[in-house]
Write a protein that binds this ligand. Sequence first.
Ligand SMILES: [Zn+2]
Length: 278
Amino acid sequence: MPELPEVETSKRYIEQYLLNAKILKIQCYASKLRWEINPDIKKIFNNTIILKIYRIGKYILINTSNKNTLILHLGMSGYLSISETDYKIIKHDHIIINFKCMTGEKKCLIFNDQRRFGHIDFHYTSQLKKHFLIKHLGIDGLSKSLKFDFLNKIFLKKTLVIKNALLDQKIICGIGNIYASEILFYSKIHPLKKVKDLCDNEINSLLLSINNILSKAVLHGGTTIKDYKQPNGKVGYFKQKLKVYGREKLKCYNCGSIILKLNINKRATYICPGCQKH
Ligand SMILES: [Zn+2]
């Protein structure tokens, strides 16, 4: 599933073409992905200008001149690409947004999603925080406001284990299963440690790791495990940098212990028992 770095990579790529572009036509070839697609999407964005493209967690948000925001989520296998207007649609292309770039060139944004867990929707920009997908989101994993006091206050009251806390989009949004294992390894924290038991040093170490790992993964275009690729067609090169994820039974690069795979809340979690003591 695309996590924050993969979504940020897609956002940066499409932004080059879409910022200040004019939407000419939206074509829908599916009535439903994860949820129903509002059919009004086809008409209300015609002739609007794209004013801003940004990201919160795993959502790409596109503000348009009609005071609306398009909301895109890539789900498990969603893939955004930019193509010429004579593009021939292929299987699983569900949404095509035709637009005219600032340069006058016409192109289209294609949303392909094989497993259909993605979603496209829209909402009034001023009311965006009330949208059902956005309203419960916590702080973005790369937000400058993600600091010690913020996290400490939340963690003090909670009995859940740190691995599950990192995946909880209502606390920090954007982190998924791959980066959660990596972040905990770098922080030397055992994934089953309860968040209320984390000491100040561990919280600080966690914050540093979240920022370092997510930023580095963005620089490498994300991580390709199965079928993820960047919108330019290249794989994400962060896979080569992974220290524990997917390395079950291999030696830890730090201490030589054998990496273990645990099952926490039905999700694979990779740890080094030497570096991450409970
Ligand atoms: Zn180790």
